[in-house]
Design a protein around this ligand. Sequence first.
Ligand SMILES: Cc1cc2nc3c(=O)[nH]c(=O)nc-3n(C[C@H](O)[C@H](O)[C@H](O)COP(=O)(O)O)c2cc1C
Length: 169
Amino acid sequence: MDVRECILKRRSIRKYSDKEIDRQIVVDLLECAMAAPSACNKQPWEFYVIENQDVLKEIKMCSRYSQFNSPLVIIVCGNQERSLSKKDNDFWIQDVSAAIENILLRATSIGLGTVWCGLTPTEMPTKKVKEVLSLPEYIIPLGMIHIGYPDEEKEERTQYNSNYVHYIE
Ligand SMILES: Cc1cc2nc3c(=O)[nH]c(=O)nc-3n(C[C@H](O)[C@H](O)[C@H](O)COP(=O)(O)O)c2cc1C
């Protein structure tokens, strides 16, 4: 599968089969995540791979928009102690988002389904995830990724809209 095909094929999958995901595949996904670009190459990310069934249940309950039957969830966080300081600090959000997208694309390329569920900046889900994982203040959960073998099919597509494109000639 080439990159364009993979990008168009990636869709949010919200129904999964029970099949577990091997640890080796998880490591592969995380290798791709950490290949992402980051401002000044600070790599301000942290990944919490939720394999424990009780924690998985609890973590899915943290947001009413993230209650899907995936066998695996990765909470992707920003580490404020490893990000650019002062006014440039918010670059971590872009860095961590790039890492998340890399996971989604790599997963798609090997037949896995994913959905990216937002945490920060929504206050309650962020707070709840921090509590469930006992995260220190400087670790901020940005997104929850559900991962599993898909039990629904979605068409590949672009959403190309020429109105959103501005050529400065
Ligand atoms: C920052 C962000 C937050 C999102 N949060 C949720 C969410 O909480 N629950 C959910 O089901 N989907 C969530 N999504 C997935 C979007 O709904 C989805 O990407 C969008 O509808 C386009 O569909 P597609 O992913 O199939 O292309 C989120 C996506 C992004 C990028």
